[in-house]
Ligand binder design. Structure first.
Ligand code: DGL
Length: 275
């Protein structure tokens, strides 16, 4: 572990975790961050859990080698598959992961019906089962995996006809069943909130968990006595295992950030290095 100025390490299968990175930057602008998008392997959603664990472990090693003092698993799928595993492998490193925001949805729904959008791996994992058991509290959860949506967002197609068709297929049957809340259980999905809101209407609440996760990261840093005391804006470094130019373009589209990402290469699926 390093000093209070070491970066917060953030990773996702691709660009989805940028929705969490954005919330972290809004809440804690002084923190330095390092973001890893595993675009060589995106999407994670239909992969075996053991493979996602191997990827997550290798990425964690890389983020730690680059000085990270806390790791945010900014991917519901990787959190479902690997968060417990990572905590076991790296017992002294603080991890913050994602879980579908069933709790706030169940607390506020009036119709008692909530839509949840997430990947197959997230729905299959023990984490989701535990969230439902602890927090659903009699509320009916209507689930959909939105096949193809992660890839559309990776391509930057935030409001194309195809993206709309995927979302309508998921959401229109839910609307017929009178949902009043939609939980975004995949970190890619906040980038299509405008389209989702257009389909479901303004009366339906769409929950992006990123701000709550950012607050959790701040709580953990406070407990560690490790909040960056600087008054100046932190630096963020970006790494992709995919194509750098493509990542740079989508980063500009999604976050209005103009930077040149570093390139990482996988050696098998146990090790990843920056080239
Ligand atoms: N952003 C990931 C998640 O939150 C993406 C899923 C994927 O790669 O399939 O689940």
């Amino acid at each position: 572990m390093t000093d209070n100025t070491g970066p917060i390490g953030v990773f996702d299968s691709g660009v989805g975790g940028l929705s969490v990175l954005r919330a972290l930057g809004d809440l804690m602008p002084a923190e330095n961050m390092i973001y890893f998008g595993d675009q060589a392997h995106v999407p994670y959603g239909a992969r075996p859990l053991e493979q996602i664990q191997r990827f997550s472990e290798a990425i964690t090693c890389l983020l730690l080698e680059n000085g990270s003092r806390l790791i945010v698993v900014a991917c519901n799928t990787a959190s479902a598959a690997a968060l417990t595993y990572l905590r076991g492998k790296f017992p002294v490193i603080p991890f913050v992961g994602m879980e579908p925001a069933v709790k706030p949805a169940a607390e506020t729904t009036k119709t008692g019906r909530v839509g949840v959008l997430a990947t197959p791996a997230t729905f299959q994992g023990a984490l989701y089962a535990s969230v439902v058991e602890r927090f659903a509290n009699g509320v009916e959860l209507l689930q959909h995996t939105c096949p193809g949506l992660v890839s559309q967002i990776e391509k930057g197609e935030l409001d194309s006809e195809e993206t709309r068709a995927i979302l309508e297929e998921a959401l229109l049957p839910m609307l017929e069943k009178n949902i009043d809340t939609v939980v975004l259980g995949c970190t890619h999905y906040p980038f299509v909130i405008p389209l989702i809101q257009e389909i479901v209407g303004e009366a339906v609440r769409v929950i992006d968990p990123a701000p709550a996760v950012a607050r959790q990261v701040r709580r953990v840093l406070e407990e560690m006595g490790s909040v960056n005391p600087s008054n100046s804006k932190g630096q963020t470094e970006f790494i992709t295992s995919g194509k750098v130019e493509r990542f740079d373009r989508i980063l500009e589209q999604l976050l209005s950030v103009k930077v040149h990402a570093r390139k990482a290469e996988w050696i098998g699926d146990q090790q990843v290095v920056v080239t």
